[in-house]
Design a protein around this ligand. Structure first.
Ligand SMILES: Cc1cc2nc3c(=O)[nH]c(=O)nc-3n(C[C@H](O)[C@H](O)[C@H](O)COP(=O)(O)OP(=O)(O)OC[C@H]3O[C@@H](n4cnc5c(N)ncnc54)[C@H](O)[C@@H]3O)c2cc1C
Length: 404
């Protein structure tokens, strides 16, 4: 692969970095203060106002490869930009490049009917509403998606939906208007991968209840949050089915490719920021007569952090390059590899940065503790490490299985 960033990427990198410097970093404290004031589950003024600025600056919908609806960037071109946004947890939304909306917009772009696109994709692309992806269930091991047991049953011109979901990210946000719901429409199909469907559920449909939000290590991720939801005899028109009955897995494969590698790109940005904070702190703090930076253990960790971050960046770019050139399916191994490597790397780098900061590292005076919580969830949230490793191992072994 060509390691040089395209001219378009370099231009956007420079503009995005300038935007972050001018509008995002200086407003981190304001974002936290706004969330802490009054109702935590309301959108913040700061993000809403920066969205207008980002749109005006042409820094909007930079994701969405192979579509005229976004900026028309390839995955390789988008990766370094997503990395820059990933340096601050709430920054991706400023550019309408936040999870889970990016994955959901990709689903609607690839699989939505013109009517579905008009009603849902358009306002999502405009940043007017938000969406949620409701697959995981509290009652079954959802890392094996064939276990999903919610029901989607045809009844005349409608489907009736019943089930309980949790970890539905974004569900607590009042702007979240749409759930992409995965459930079983044909539980007796002998092909376990044809039992599931995905269907669009407007949030205001009777029978949809958000029971509670689930904090992550005590962080509530307001104003978006992660919801536990009940769908009780929820009735939606048959035209809300995505792609067709029994095709939920097919969509999941498409959705979870690019949407998931975006997390890896953001994690690289997060780790870069942690390393930056680590270096600055190590240089400015003196212990036992010399700067913490002068301790060889600190030098070792800084060096190791740089090595691990750069390794992950190259692995991510390679996965992105494969997705661009041979498609998500053939790139499955590279995607799985980076999904294992990036969160582990970020957890390690942030952990070292916390250590250099001493007690300050685990307080809320630096962003490190929250960064660690975010990075740690990504060893689970995009499917557990073990599942990706199993896939990589099997693909590796398949090269040596003799075919007769
Ligand atoms: C912050 C956060 C946000 C999330 N956002 C969303 C969302 O928006 N929408 C959504 O639908 N879900 C979301 N999830 C849920 C996430 O996708 C699931 O938690 C994940 O897929 C694992 O499913 P599970 O929790 O049921 O764990 P289980 O399937 O019960 O697995 C538990 C553990 O078993 C082990 N295990 C499982 N399979 C294997 C295997 N093959 N080999 C070895 N060990 C194995 C692993 O250690 C695994 O961690 C989110 C989760 C978090 C934490």
């Amino acid at each position: 692969m060509d390691f040089e960033y395209s001219a378009r990427t370099r231009d956007l990198q420079q503009r995005l970095t300038a935007f972050m410097d001018e509008h995002v970093y200086p407003n981190e404290a304001r974002f936290a203060a706004e969330v802490a004031q009054g109702d935590r589950w309301q959108p913040t003024q700061i993000v809403e106002s920066l969205k207008l600025k980002a749109k005006a600056a042409g820094l909007w919908n930079l994701f969405l490869p192979e579509s005229e609806l976004g900026a028309g960037l390839s995955n390789v071109e988008y990766a370094p930009l997503c990395e820059i946004m990933g340096r601050v947890a709430w920054a991706p939304e400023v550019f309408n490049c936040n999870a889970p909306d990016t994955g959901n917009m990709e689903v609607l772009t690839r699989y939505g009917t013109p009517e579905q696109q008009q009603r849902w994709l358009k306002p999502l692309l405009n940043g007017e509403i938000r969406s949620c992806f409701a697959m995981t269930e509290p009652d079954v091991a959802s890392s094996d998606a064939t276990n999903i047991s919610s029901r989607i049953v045809r009844d005349g011109d409608d489907y009736v939906i019943n089930g309980r979901k949790w970890w539905s990210s974004g569900a607590n946000d009042p702007r979240c208007a749409l759930f992409i719901f995965m459930g079983k429409s044909d539980p007796d199909n002998p092909d376990r991968h044809r039992q599931q469907s995905m269907i669009l559920v407007p949030r205001d449909t009777p029978g949809v209840t958000v029971l509670r939000h689930l904090p992550v290590f005590g962080y509530d991720d307001a104003p978006h949050g992660h919801g536990e939801l009940v769908f009780d005899n929820v009735r939606v028109p048959a035209s809300n089915m995505l792609l067709g009955e029994g095709r939920g897995f097919e969509i999941a494969q498409g959705r979870l490719g690019p949407g998931r590698i975006h997390h890896c790109m953001r994690l690289i940005g997060l780790a870069e920021r942690a390393l930056e904070l680590m270096c600055k702190r190590a240089l400015s703090r003196t212990a036992f007569g010399k700067p913490v930076a002068a301790q060889t253990v600190t030098l070792e960790r800084i060096a190791e952090a740089r090595i691990q971050i750069d390794q992950c960046r190259l692995l991510t770019l390679n996965a992105a390059y494969m997705m661009d050139t041979v498609g998500n399916k053939v790139a499955a191994k590279q995607i799985a590899m980076i999904k294992v490597a990036a969160p582990l790397m970020a957890c390690q780098v942030i952990d070292w940065a916390i250590q250099v900061h001493g007690g300050a590292g685990v307080s809320d005076d630096t962003p490190l503790a929250y960064m660690y919580a975010q990075a740690r969830t990504l060893r689970l949230a995009d499917g557990p490490d073990e599942v990706h490793r199993n896939q990589i191992g099997k693909l590796e072994l398949s090269r040596y299985v003799s075919r007769h």
